[in-house]
Design a protein around this ligand. Structure first.
Ligand SMILES: *Cc1c(COP(=O)(O)O)cnc(C)c1O
Length: 360
């Protein structure tokens, strides 16, 4: 068997040791004679799995007790509507920073429910930077302030959080979930789809400060009401059982391997290898300003569409797959999430050096 290095933005790689444990437990989960896939979500075996997943999430992120951890479905995209429905309940206003497609989509959805102010945008330079924020521009009585923390398509990340005072900060952390420590107490809510860094697709994790719950609009569909799910401990209806189980295995893997501090060190080392190469290459260059570079998603280009296409095709033959960039940026993008081994990035950089030599 030969496994490829998958640089996809998501769904993406999972740690091999997690896949092996899942394979071992596939037919008979801990002697109960069935797979987790087949189990009732009301069984005591399953109850232990979802409780353990929550406990590990709390431990790894040091989540304060006044926050709820919800395991939901619908992807990050469903939360684009759920967030205004649940939280645009005071002034009916919210501030959004437009740092890419995902923030833009979230703002567009919120506009259906209230008054959205786009307080800053980096659209002028294809979202290649995080815009400077001016506090005077912020809406004083906004119900919340929204950011997309790590911009999966464009490869930017906030290294510093906006100071929103008493206005709750809400962040989409889909593509940097569990990649490094994060002070959850600075947020009203963080959330993300699991398929980038946490588990297979099908699971969305929301971490929400308790006092924000319970004021959803009357029109809110029951399934989008966070309070309903919080009160039912994510078992209001059938949750994505198997995906939550894989999430639990990933969280155990993270804990075994030194937690989020160790993950940060590992991710910085991988990203540095790639960025250093890009900064010294005559053929390839990164598309993001240095100070806002993401550890997770690294877009890069050559000056020729033809070379870009040739690179992506030849890399795939070497087992370096899904390196094609997003259509709005062009070129290449290497997503190097938690589960991408250092060796994968090393192999990519060596291949880039060879490609540069052979094509110049
Ligand atoms: C992938 C992604 C999304 C969309 O997630 P879905 O789960 O497919 O809805 C939203 N935001 C960010 C930052 C993403 O990376």
């Amino acid at each position: 068997m030969s496994r490829v290095y998958n640089f996809s933005a998501g769904p993406s790689m999972l740690p091999e040791e997690v896949l092996k444990i899942a394979a071992d437990e596939m037919l008979d989960y801990k002697g109960c004679g069935q797979s987790v896939m087949e189990m009732s979500h009301r069984s005591k075996e399953y109850d232990a799995i979802i409780k353990e997943a929550e406990a590990l999430m709390r431990e790894l992120y040091k989540i304060p007790d006044n926050y709820k951890v919800l395991f939901l479905q619908g992807g990050a995209s469903t939360q684009f509507a759920a967030i205004p429905l649940n939280f645009m309940n005071g002034s009916g206003k919210a501030d959004y920073v437009i740092t890419g497609q995902w923030a833009k989509k979230a703002a567009a959805e919120a506009k259906k429910y209230g008054i959205v102010k786009e307080v800053a945008s980096s659209a002028d330079k294809t979202f290649s930077y995080i815009p400077k924020l001016n506090k005077d521009e912020f809406t004083k009585d906004a119900d919340y302030f929204y950011i997309c923390m790590n911009n999966t398509i464009y490869g930017t990340v906030y290294h510093e959080l906006p100071d929103t005072g008493d206005v709750p900060l809400i962040a989409d952390i889909s593509s940097c979930f569990l990649s490094e420590p994060l002070d959850i107490s600075k947020f009203g809510m963080v959330y993300g789809g699991a398929q980038k860094n946490v588990a297979p697709a099908g699971l969305t994790i929301c971490i929400i400060r308790e006092d924000l719950l319970g004021n959803a609009r009357d029109i809110t569909p029951t399934m989008l009401d966070y309070k309903v799910h919080a009160d039912a401990q994510s078992l209001y209806n059938t949750p994505p059982c198997y995906t939550i189980y894989i999430c639990k295995l990933v969280l155990e893997y993270l804990k075994r391997n030194g937690g989020l501090e160790a993950m940060k060190v590992k991710n910085e080392k991988k990203a540095k290898l790639l960025y250093d190469f890009l900064d010294n290459s005559k053929m390839f260059r990164g598309t993001v300003v240095k100070e806002d570079r993401s550890l997770m998603n690294v877009p890069f280009v050559t000056d020729s569409d033809e070379l870009n296409a040739k690179f992506v095709a030849e890399a795939a033959k070497e087992g370096l797959v899904n390196l094609k960039g997003h259509r709005t940026v062009g070129g290449m993008r290497a997503s190097i999430y938690n589960a991408m081994p250092y060796e994968g990035v090393e192999k990519l950089v060596n291949f880039m050096a060879e490609f540069e030599k052979n094509n110049s």
